[in-house]
Design a protein around this ligand. Structure first.
Ligand code: NAP
Length: 278
């Protein structure tokens, strides 16, 4: 069984990003907008800032209290859209109740939408056109590419249909000529479907949801889950239970997780190049 090491892939891509930034002698900048207080978001934002600085990018977090008027934030996003020194903008999710996250996200112009979640970028991906691609799904495709795991004509099963992970990932696999089945909480006989997967992706948000009896022998397992239980992080896949049956698997932590911030950096550099016609 091969462990698909997301940290290793991430490091490789970050080195490439750093090299390109140095070669072009540029300093791309991203701006994070955080509304309200959320300790988990604070950790994630600190991770993004550290990673950005390490590859040679500027990072700014603009913080608003949860009682800020939404129109004030919309006005700020529009200002950032027009600010040539800013290359990437993203809205830290989740936003507090009472804010329209979709509206805030779609206020960001597509060229600066480094999360790849605006309707336009999602639609471009659906149509297999060059776009900003959502970071976690793109990170999964990069892991498969790095380990030379062929996707074409494979049976891919994704469990989870979120706009953030499952749906964009489905499009990436379809665009790469895989045959895709997308499952969710209303799917019947899930284990019969997952057992047919050459590549099985779990993006459910439930600790050890995928068990040994649900996976095909010699398949590839991608575990997107980050489930915090009693201070420990668990994946959606029962890693110890399935590891002797499968050909390759991403661990949690250290699999898909490290790729998300890396692909965000990748998108900021891409945004810079598009905006500056490089
Ligand atoms: P989400 O929006 O909560 O979506 C969960 C999906 O799982 C939904 O489509 C849901 O179906 C489906 N589901 C729930 N129970 C199910 C069941 N019993 N059988 C089949 N499907 C079921 O979650 P998400 O944002 O996609 O995230 C999924 C997991 O990935 C979470 O643990 C999250 O923390 C993690 N994550 C990790 C990263 C990373 O960087 N590694 C990034 C994003 C997310 P319905 O649509 O029918 O409700």
């Amino acid at each position: 069984m091969k462990v698909l090491d997301g940290k290793k892939v991430s490091l490789h891509i970050r080195e490439e990003i750093t090299k390109e930034i140095n070669k072009l002698n540029i300093r791309p900048k991203m701006v994070d907008i955080q509304i309200g207080e959320n300790p988990a978001s604070d950790i994630y934002i600190a991770g993004k800032e550290k990673a950005a600085n390490q590859v040679g990018m500027d990072f700014e977090c603009i913080r608003y209290s949860a009682d800020t008027d939404e129109d004030e934030i919309i006005k700020k996003i529009k200002e950032l859209n027009n600010d040539k020194s800013v290359n990437g903008i993203f809205i830290q999710s989740p936003v507090p109740n009472g804010f329209d996250e979709i509206k805030l996200m779609n206020t960001v112009i597509p060229e600066k939408d480094v999360d790849g979640l605006t309707y336009l970028n999602a639609g471009m991906l659906l149509n297999n056109k060059e776009s900003m691609i959502s970071c976690t799904p793109n990170g999964i495709m990069q892991i498969l590419k790095f380990y030379k795991i062929d996707v074409e004509s494979k049976n891919v099963v994704i469990v989870g249909r979120s706009n953030l992970v499952g749906k964009p990932l489905m499009n990436l696999f379809i665009n790469a000529n895989a045959t895709v089945t997308l499952c969710h909480s209303k799917t019947k006989n899930l284990d019969k479907i997952t057992k047919k997967a050459d590549i099985l992706v779990a993006a459910v948000g439930k600790k050890h949801f995928i068990t040994q009896d649900m996976v095909k022998r010699n398949s590839v397992i991608i575990d997107v889950g980050i489930n915090r239980v009693d201070g420990k992080v668990y994946g959606d896949v029962d890693y110890d239970g399935v590891k002797d049956k499968v050909k390759a698997i991403t661990p949690v932590p250290g699999g898909v997780g490290p790729m998300t911030i890396t692909m965000l950096l990748y998108n900021v550099l891409k945004a810079y190049k598009i905006q500056n016609k490089i």
